[in-house]
Write a protein that binds this ligand. Structure first.
Ligand code: SAH
Ligand code: SF4
Ligand code: F3S
Length: 485
């Protein structure tokens, strides 16, 4: 889907008779070509293509990393497989909450008999869980059939690790604690032809007290704006009309660059790219959302009318313990400013219920902020204790019954408001980007509004990737039924 001829030629031109280059990305071009020679030989011997399956867990950052893994695997000569009985299976893991983490062990267990049947099968594990020492120790001891283990900082090295595995005949484990490296110009396989995630920064420096991300993704580092622009230009030339700029806290983009640049300035540069129609970004930390950004969003023709602005909690005491660096009042003021500047802006959020020492009064403050802001939608999470984070050491963890009760009350409120807020567009004609054939009914197509809501309408597949006007005939709760006008 994102076959890049120039990159492919660079890889083809590498001389495998010389030593592997030291500098990146040339070193990886060398290993991609080398891995390809092994995979091609094996495939000829077996008389069939070798398949890969990348299983992704977690957030948009991980989804983008998964595309990079797939890009490398396809360049090496693997073809996309359907299931976990493929020849190369890799789990790109998430550890933000305990349940994300436990899921992986269950699925990994089910790969063992498959590997017994297929002696050419390779199993890889990467992503955020692998940055935790206890996880890697457990894998070493109880899951010795895993071939490759690497972390979040060296995804780009997949080809080199595969070559190491094939040449050494034993498992390869390569985990880095942190990195300053940002390696550009490697293959990547896009899930959609018309939209793409684009990393603008990696890591996080905020250390919210409940969160493991800064420990597993390392310190914050921004990509140079010229690399970001170059990537988006290439994507647009390849048919992309919408980009999602990705970072744990996009509002602090550019602070550590040699030539510092604000996120608002970056957005203005991206806006100038001809052929690009829509710009989205996530995630915005409220503490760093500037007036400059609000003004740029207001005046932009391309930035979508949607802002994901995680609040986490409504009580000032809890916000303080969470190390979020804003107050309930500060957050509400920010929301007023945003709504005044951009009246049709859709606001969404993340909320944690049951943070240690959360009282009924604290929880009421969360309910109150939800009622005041009236989010278009909200992701609600039960607090999950992450070993090594400051919050894990707090004494008073809230009992499960209490948390469950609060969670249910919150969810009910969030859904009630969301249905009311969603309904206000009924009858309007709005532009959608047509994304897919509807899963349940193949005569329907699914499109996404600028404000991120989905609309289902009669249409055909040729429309995928097009921006068209649709009348929102009926609100169905969290989405719309519509018709092309
Ligand atoms: N960088 C983003 C969020 C990354 S994690 C931001 O700051 O908004 C996505 C969401 O997972 C967070 O917003 C938070 O609501 C939730 N989360 C993170 N750690 C959690 C934990 N220990 N328990 C429950 N939810 C958590
Ligand atoms: Fe986690 Fe906070 Fe960083 Fe988001 S900003 S990734 S919640 S530490
Ligand atoms: Fe999970 Fe890592 Fe994202 S822990 S939420 S995949 S940054």
């Amino acid at each position: 889907m994102s076959y890049n001829k120039e990159l492919h030629d660079k890889i083809e031109n590498i001389d495998l008779n010389s030593e592997a280059p030291i500098e990146e990305p040339q070193r990886q071009y060398y290993y991609i070509k080398k891995a390809k020679s092994y995979i091609t030989a094996l495939s000829q011997k077996l008389g069939r293509p070798l398949t890969h399956k990348v299983v992704n867990f977690g957030c948009q950052m991980n989804a983008r990393d998964a595309e990079k893994l797939e890009g490398i695997l396809e360049e090496i000569g693997y073809v996309k497989g359907e299931d976990e009985d493929s020849d190369f299976v890799i789990f790109n893991t998430c550890t933000v909450r305990e349940n994300a983490n436990t899921k992986v062990y269950g699925r990994l267990g089910r790969l063992k008999p498959l590997k017994k049947k297929n002696s050419n099968m390779m199993i890889g594990l990467c992503g955020c869980m692998m940055q935790e020492e206890n996880v890697v120790e457990k894998l070493r001891q109880s899951y010795s059939y895993v071939d490759l283990i690497f972390g979040t900082h060296n995804v780009y090295k997949l080809a080199e690790l595969i070559v190491n595995r094939l040449e050494s005949k034993s498992s390869v484990i390569d985990i880095w604690e942190d990195t300053n490296n940002i390696v550009e110009d490697l293959p990547s396989e896009r899930k959609y032809s018309f939209k793409s995630g684009v990393n603008i920064m990696f890591g996080c420096n905020n250390f919210c007290s409940y969160c493991i991300v800064p420990y597993v993704r390392g310190r914050e580092r921004s990509r140079k704006s010229k690399d970001i622009i170059k990537e988006i230009q290439a994507l647009v030339a390849d048919g992309v009309v919408e980009v999602m700029l990705l970072g744990q806290n996009v509002n602090s983009y550019g602070k550590n660059l040699e030539e510092p640049m604000s996120f608002a300035q970056l957005l203005q540069e991206i806006e100038k790219i001809d052929g690009l129609k829509r710009i989205r970004f996530m995630t915005s930390h409220p503490k760093d959302l500037s007036d400059e950004l609000i003004a740029v969003m207001k005046n932009s023709k391309k930035i979508c009318k949607h802002l994901h602005l995680p609040v986490q909690a409504g009580s000032n005491q809890i916000l303080k313990k969470m190390n979020r660096k804003y107050t309930k009042e500060g957050y509400l003021e920010l929301v007023s400013k945003l709504k005044a500047a951009i009246p049709d802006l859709s606001l969404t959020t993340d909320i944690i219920v049951g943070f240690p020492e959360e009282t009924e009064e604290d929880f009421e403050e969360t309910m109150d902020i939800v009622k005041k802001v009236r989010y278009d939608s909200a992701f609600t999470f039960i607090y999950s204790k992450r070993t090594g984070t400051p919050a894990a050491a707090l004494p008073d963890q809230v009992s499960q019954d209490v948390v469950k009760n609060r969670f249910d009350r919150l969810l009910k409120e969030v859904q009630k408001i969301s249905a009311e807020v969603t309904k206000i567009h009924e009858g309007k004609v709005m532009e959608v980007l047509v994304e897919d054939v509807n899963q349940q009914d193949p005569t329907l197509m699914t499109g996404r509004l600028s404000n991120n809501l989905l609309v289902h309408f009669k249409g055909n597949q040729d429309l995928i990737g097009e921006l068209i006007n649709v009348k929102l005939t009926e609100c169905k709760g969290f989405y719309y039924a519509g018709e092309i006008v």
